[in-house]
Ligand binder design. Sequence first.
Ligand code: SF4
Ligand code: SF4
Length: 288
Amino acid sequence: PAPRLPKPPWLRVKAPAGQGVQRTKRAMGGLTTVCEEAACPNIGECWSKSHATFMIMGDICTRGCAFCNVATGRPEALDMFEPAKVAKAVADLGLSHVVVTSVDRDDVSDGGADHFARTIRAIRRKSPGTTIEVLTPDFRLSDPGAADLMIKARPDVFNHNIETVPSLYLKLRPGARYFHSLWLLRQVKDADPSIFTKSGLMVGMGETLEEVAQVMDDLRAASVDFITIGQYLQPTPQHHPVARYVTPDEFDSLERMARGKGFSMVSASPLTRSSYHAGEDFERLRAA
Ligand code: SF4
Ligand code: SF4
């Protein structure tokens, strides 16, 4: 593997510790979180504020994106009790906003869309005041019914990450198609404009600034409301190397560019992740 670039000071974060972190871990009751699976650098901050992102449908993904820390392989059967377990943990943690994501399940006929929908409904029933954000896979390239299941379940925020620029898809996301992801986002917004749509990408993977600007335009053309842009970090030496560390000033420029293109919520910073400050950002937007 290529030698790793030394981490710049703005990416150094404190190790997770403290009572809040322990409390969150207990309330998860053995459920999987993307915070741990993705080795997210924000875990100390988020978990101390009872903010965590649930990962449903197991911790083994049927795809193997070159940047992702989640294990690839053959997953276990879906747990039919999982929607109820997640709903209980959300209620126990007293979350005002919850983010639910998953691995890709190309082994399931609808890609897991029905399981997602049942999870949304279970949380809604138990915690009607909690706003629900789902960060979904693309639900297989062939199942047009999956988007309908999402739309009918009415999450407050429908998030699907575009992850990177189209020229890097073949290398980094061989199982995904850039235009399918745009189409999925567009389907949800067209069917129910009251659902906020959101997408995100990582930078520092070898893309150019022009390509990032093009992705922003494509997302706006699909009427996407929110965008997140963060620094790619290489999880292990076997993963795609970091091409460069984008500076905080460059992130500020990206944020201004995204606002100029009409996104109503923009988070662009080295440590931005799809679910970083998701609750606070959403509350601020609703209050505006
Ligand atoms: Fe978890 Fe998201 Fe926070 Fe990372 S940013 S620790 S994934 S909630
Ligand atoms: Fe990771 Fe998602 Fe790719 Fe699976 S589809 S390897 S969870 S980024």
